[in-house]
Design a protein. Structure first.
Length: 217
């Protein structure tokens, strides 16, 4: 979490969003302001605000029975990966053009931390650091539009990404792909950075398709 003060409503939103997208509240669950306020130890007002924002994000839906969890379907996840396949390569190219020496060091530190968690086989942290690697590239590409557009998409499929990263050698393979992306960016080679990112996202999409097929998606 960023080192800044955020409102209670924002904290509640982030907690509920994470719980829904990671499957704590499965698709079809009914949420009520009362039960959530009790569970989270807050008043109904920040819960109401959070649920309204989640509905705008199409993660929940208000009905006569209460607020129903929509979450993200396998089909949604595949669409998101198709969007990422179109966008993340050009963002990596822009990152390689603009990144500073300090930002290169920060990106390397994230990569080294990912390698550390892979050695520990800590799937939850691998997924978090994997996302952090991509976020750093969005940030270094020079416009908040990249972060605002791509980071929410990445968050929405975190449950699927964590599941895929836990299968076989995908976590190790993903980390190696990240290293190739990092090396291209650190060399300030825009063309190689774009291609390395495109290959990485394409492979992620292929792995997601295979995972969904094998798990009855």
């Amino acid at each position: 979490m960023q080192h800044k003060t955020i409102s209670l409503a924002d904290q509640v939103f982030e907690r509920l969003e994470s719980d829904i997208l990671t499957g704590v509240y499965p698709r079809g669950s009914t949420l009520t302001e009362h039960s959530l306020s009790v569970d989270l130890g807050v008043s109904r007002t920040p819960v109401r605000e959070a649920l309204s924002r989640l509905e705008q994000e199409h993660i929940v839906e208000s009905t006569a029975r209460g607020v129903i969890v929509l979450s993200i379907t396998p089909e949604d996840a595949l669409i998101i990966d198709r969007i990422r396949l179109l966008l993340e390569g050009p963002v990596a190219r822009r990152c390689a053009e603009l990144i500073t020496d300090k930002q290169i060091d920060e990106l390397r530190e994230i990569l080294e931390l990912q390698e550390f968690y892979i050695k520990k086989q800590d799937t939850e942290h691998i997924n978090l650091i994997d996302s952090q690697f991509h976020r750093q590239i969005y940030v270094c590409a020079g416009s908040p539009v990249y972060v605002d557009t791509l980071l929410p998409l990445l968050k929405k499929i975190q449950k699927f990404r964590q599941a895929v990263l836990s299968v076989g050698t995908r976590a190790e393979d993903s980390c190696q792909e990240h290293r190739r992306i990092y090396e291209a960016i650190a060399a300030r080679d825009p063309e190689s950075a774009e291609y390395a990112m495109w290959r990485h996202v394409r492979r992620s999409k292929e792995q997601l398709e295979e995972f969904i097929k094998n798990n009855g998606g």
